[in-house]
Design a protein around this ligand. Structure first.
Ligand code: NAD
Length: 382
């Protein structure tokens, strides 16, 4: 069996799916590994390091695409690459099947077997493959560092002979994986932190990190969807959160917002009035920007200054920490591969709930029911 590692073609991507240190167990199973030259360079892995680990390095991208049986990636292959895949090849990555399933049409038609890391079920057995959590951890950390870098103030309280500097006040919206890491990072830098989430279960985790949890009475409605995620709320319930956010923004130096509902546009929680209420120099980092953003003024991928407030809307923060992002992602990928590679051969058993959940398509047909429904409605509307 041949495994291919490609240089990611998505603009701005710096991560790589597998690092040289990831190859040992695969090579030991007799798998041949071909790496596109330069694939790991931004993540600190040279061609030489891959070669020394036992892989073959080539500049011939086409030969990898047409010859590999297994291609772990970070992002989905572009449509031209998809059309060159070896029929029956298995491709794994963040394929965005719920956001843009139709962009995978060429790969589905080859037919390739597609597994999406976003769809790996969040059950205990699959925790070691939870790449969403790995990347959210990095994004939460980096969001605080980016905000601290832009803020014209210090984070920690300082008592000096020249006077006392109060600590920065940080408000984190959405206390999931990224939000909790943002809270922990801001606390480590000495900030006073408040946080809000619709899931009551998040309160205990927020408090255990030394932050204050802001409760909102949402009228007793259910806020939990499946798999530990939030449910999509009514406009009325969202409004109660928006009011709290506007009030809290007025005394916050930094807002890190992470609220998401899987497969849906990010909830619009931050009104422009909240930005107007912030002091000039304050910073808002909208980590929900890839899903449209939590702030109504967010323009995904664009940094704005509004009334002196900096609004950052990064689309790929993990790519700004490529070494550790690739290290964590590669481990998630290796753990996933252990489910489909047995003694050096591909064995795709869709009776396994992790594989069935993560599978976008197999033998030309959609597998995950949510993706199947989306693809069907895309076909009907065209
Ligand atoms: P996410 O990225 O989908 O959302 C981020 C946060 O935004 C969540 O905490 C969500 O509750 C919150 N949110 C959504 N709508 C909101 C709104 N209107 N107002 C305020 N907050 C809102 O979620 P995530 O961070 O990937 O995961 C969320 C939770 O899932 C985790 O905290 C954890 O409990 C659970 N989880 C379980 C596993 C596992 O069992 N393997 C792994 C990871 C996460």
């Amino acid at each position: 069996m041949r495994l291919g590692i490609l240089h990611e073609s998505t603009p701005g991507e710096t991560r790589v799916a597998l690092l040289p240190e990831s190859l040992k167990t695969l090579l030991a199973q007799g798998i041949s590994i071909v790496v596109e030259s330069g694939a790991g360079i931004s993540a600190g892995a040279s061609d030489q390091a891959y070669a020394e680990a036992g892989a073959t390095v080539t500049t011939d991208r086409d030969s990898i695409l047409s010859g590999a049986d297994l291609i772990p990636m970070v992002n989905a292959p572009n449509p031209a690459d998809q059309a060159r895949l070896k029929p029956g090849a298995v491709v794994i990555g963040f394929l965005k099947p719920l956001e843009s399933p139709q962009t995978l049409a060429n790969a589905i038609a080859r037919p390739a077997t597609l597994f999406s890391m976003e769809l790996v079920p969040r059950i205990s057995r699959a925790q070691s493959m939870d790449a969403l959590s790995s990347m959210a951890t990095i994004a939460g950390y980096k969001a605080v560092i980016s905000a601290a870098d832009r803020l014209p103030r210090l984070f920690p309280m300082l008592m000096t002979a020249a006077g006392t500097i109060p600590p920065a006040r940080v408000f984190v919206i959405g206390a999931g994986v990224a939000g909790l890491q943002a809270i922990a990072t801001a606390r480590r830098l000495g900030a006073v932190v408040e946080a809000y989430d619709v899931r009551a279960a998040a309160g205990e985790q927020v408090r255990s990190l030394g932050a204050k949890f802001l409760d909102v009475d949402l009228g007793g409605i259910s806020t939990e969807g499946g798999g530990g995620y939030a449910a999509e709320l009514t406009e009325e319930a969202l409004d109660r959160g928006r009011d709290l956010i506007t009030r809290t923004a007025a005394h916050s130096d930094v807002i890190i917002t992470t609220a998401q509902v899987p497969g849906r546009p990010a909830p619009r929680l931050i009104r422009s009035a909240a930005i107007e209420a912030m002091r000039p120099g304050s910073v808002l980092v909208d980590l929900a920007a890839p899903a449209g953003g939590n702030c109504e003024l967010t323009q995904p991928g664009i940094t704005q200054t509004i009334n002196g407030v900096t609004l950052l809307a990064p689309l790929n923060l993990p790519a700004e920490v490529p070494v550790h992002a690739s290290q964590l992602y590669a481990r998630n990928i290796l753990n996933f591969l252990a489910l489909i590679v047995k003694k050096g051969e591909l064995v795709v058993d869709l009776a396994d709930e992790v594989l069935a959940g993560a599978c976008v398509s197999h033998e030309g047909k959609p597998v995950n029911p949510r993706v199947a429904k989306l693809l069907q409605s895309a076909t009907i509307s065209t």
